[in-house]
Design a protein around this ligand. Structure first.
Ligand SMILES: Cc1cc2nc3c(=O)[nH]c(=O)nc-3n(C[C@H](O)[C@H](O)[C@H](O)COP(=O)(O)OP(=O)(O)OC[C@H]3O[C@@H](n4cnc5c(N)ncnc54)[C@H](O)[C@@H]3O)c2cc1C
Ligand code: SF4
Length: 488
């Protein structure tokens, strides 16, 4: 626990942000850190609550009260050891996690919860600064080889755990750089890419081999993959969703991921031919999730004339909905830093047509307002409101409609079963596919999700691979009951 009376004495304090006028002119992170004294004070707000629900709120099972206590005591190195015992990459989650732990914090019932995510970020940044995060190569090698496909958070976590168990690990990544969606999905202003490079350098020094521009099933053969003793598939779920709407082929209707990836490549100094730019344009982002919000932030930085955001679902309530009481993840309106930079947000709106000129260029969107009819026992029905049609001038429409699932190439070539949602089939808890030495983790197994889940799945899958290869494992697990059943 922190200080006995800390939660009564101190209010929650979060890091602040640089002013909008300043931050929208570049792609850098824009948070203003709290002072050491302020963070220590925040750590001291952690109560001796008896059953820390934050543990189960965090998909990694992070030992939150323990590291809060160490921060309160000024024992930063011990805090870092505790944090890294359950989380390989707190610098990713400390910046990008939606922090379900905070929604489950017991203090949150009566007050603002502990600022867990920010404490986590401060611990890991202090640890890097002090040089406490050093490569930990294994003392001896097992002689077993493991291929990891995909270098997103799931692949990186699996690779680090397997390497620490002494296996010889090769990570195959089809992009030109390591990181998965951390690299080319999430914009630089949410996480600067040097944060990934800093960690990958540690992984390389520990002995992990990274092969980039290595597209398994395309320029890396499945036979090469099969030459490893075990395979862990962490290829993500990046099949983009589109719309069956007339005019979707207009010049100016662009997938969000193309738009975001191009901008990050430019930030990283790479050549991008014919970059799609929002500069001077009326931009409409279709889809109200994280990807949509990232498009809003990027459009404003590129100097869009106007930015609107459409969402087909109703506007969530401003406070936790009674349907999702504490300690559950709340149904609640989320306003991101990108939304605050300038965005006309619209709910219950459906796009009926992308209107184009005679040259095929997008000029406007035709929309209709909708409502959802709930009939018990049936799927909700979308009803269009008569007479609500509207024309919105638009030069650039960004499709941020989510993802339908993983790509099928590897499943088809290796003969792996998929589930009804096209995810690679592997039981939660043992991560093993229908091919005994092939495992799957992260978005590829569970569908598009969160970084914290990807790291958790990568860690847990690594332990199961280790058990498969060695008959037992000393790798940690958040759920020791997850031991692989039925495989020697
Ligand atoms: C725009 C956007 C913003 C997001 N923002 C957040 C956020 O703020 N917070 C959060 O928690 N989550 C966020 N997410 C979700 C999060 O990024 C993912 O859940 C997470 O990255 C999944 O990790 P993963 O390792 O399973 O897959 P990915 O990160 O998708 O990595 C998979 C990797 O596998 C590679 N690959 C695929 N097939 C092959 C092949 N055949 N050969 C070689 N390599 C292959 C891909 O190139 C990719 O690099 C966001 C997602 C998007 C799209
Ligand atoms: S990883 Fe996410 S859920 Fe877990 S402690 Fe950190 S912020 Fe909370």
């Amino acid at each position: 626990m922190g200080k006995v009376t800390g939660f009564k004495e101190f209010e929650r304090k979060d890091e602040s942000y640089k002013a909008v006028e300043e931050r929208v002119h570049n792609y850098n992170e824009f948070t203003v850190p709290l002072s050491e004294a302020e963070i220590t004070e925040q750590g001291s707000r952690c109560m001796d609550c008896g059953i820390p629900f934050c543990h189960s709120g965090c998909p990694l099972g992070n030992l939150i009260p323990d590291f809060n206590h160490m921060v309160h005591q000024g024992e930063w190195q011990k805090a870092s050891l505790i944090l890294h015992s359950t989380n390989n990459f707190p610098e990713f989650t400390g910046r990008l996690c939606p922090a379900p732990c905070e929604k489950a914090c017991v203090l949150g019932i009566i007050e603002d919860p502990i600022s867990i995510e920010n404490i986590e970020k401060n611990i890991v940044e202090r640890a890097f600064k002090e040089g406490w995060i050093k490569p930990q190569p294994p003392k001896k090698r097992t002689g077993k080889t493991v291929a990891v496909v995909g270098s997103g958070p799931a692949g990186l976590a699996a690779a680090q755990q397997l390497n620490r168990a002494g296996h010889t690990v090769t990570v195959f990544e089809r992009d030109d750089e390591v990181g998965g969606l951390l690299r080319y999905g999430i914009p630089n202003f949410k996480m600067e890419k040097g944060i990934i490079d800093r960690r990958v350098a540690i992984l390389e020094a520990e002995g992990i081999t990274f092969k980039v521009n290595a597209n398994v099933g395309v320029n890396v053969s499945i036979d090469e993959l099969k030459s490893f003793d075990a395979i862990t598939l962490c290829g993500g779920a990046t099949q983009r969703r589109s719309l069956p709407t007339p005019g979707i082929d207009a010049d100016g209707v662009v997938q969000a991921m193309d738009f975001l990836t191009q901008q990050t490549k430019v930030v990283l100094g790479k050549e991008v031919k014919d970059q799609v730019l929002a500069t001077g344009k009326d931009v409409i982002v279709i889809g109200g999730g994280d990807t949509g919000s990232d498009c809003v932030g990027t459009s404003n930085r590129q100097g869009a004339k106007s930015v609107a955001n459409f969402e087909i679902m109703p506007k969530p309530p401003g406070h936790r909905s009674p349907s999702t009481p504490w300690p559950y993840w709340p149904l609640q309106l989320k306003t991101s830093t990108s939304h605050k930079e300038g965005c006309d947000r619209n709910w219950l709106i459906n796009t009926k047509e992308f209107i184009k000129d005679k040259n095929g260029k997008l000029t406007a969107l035709k929309t209709v307002n909708v409502e959802w009819k709930m009939v018990p026992g049936q799927r909700p029905q979308l009803i269009e409101i008569e007479g609500s049609e509207k024309i919105w001038p638009c030069d650039l429409a960004l499709l941020a409609l989510g993802f339908t699932g993983p790509e099928a190439t590897i499943a088809e070539q290796l003969g792996i079963e998929t589930d009804a949602r096209s995810n690679y089939k592997a039981e939660y808890g043992n991560y093993q596919t229908n091919i005994p030495n092939v495992f799957a983790a992260g978005d590829m197994r569970r569908g598009q999700s969160l970084i914290v889940w990807a790291i958790s799945e990568g860690r847990e899958a690594a332990r199961q691979v280790d058990i498969f290869l060695m008959g037992k494992s000393d790798l940690p697990s958040k759920d020791i009951a997850g031991d692989l059943v039925g495989v020697q």
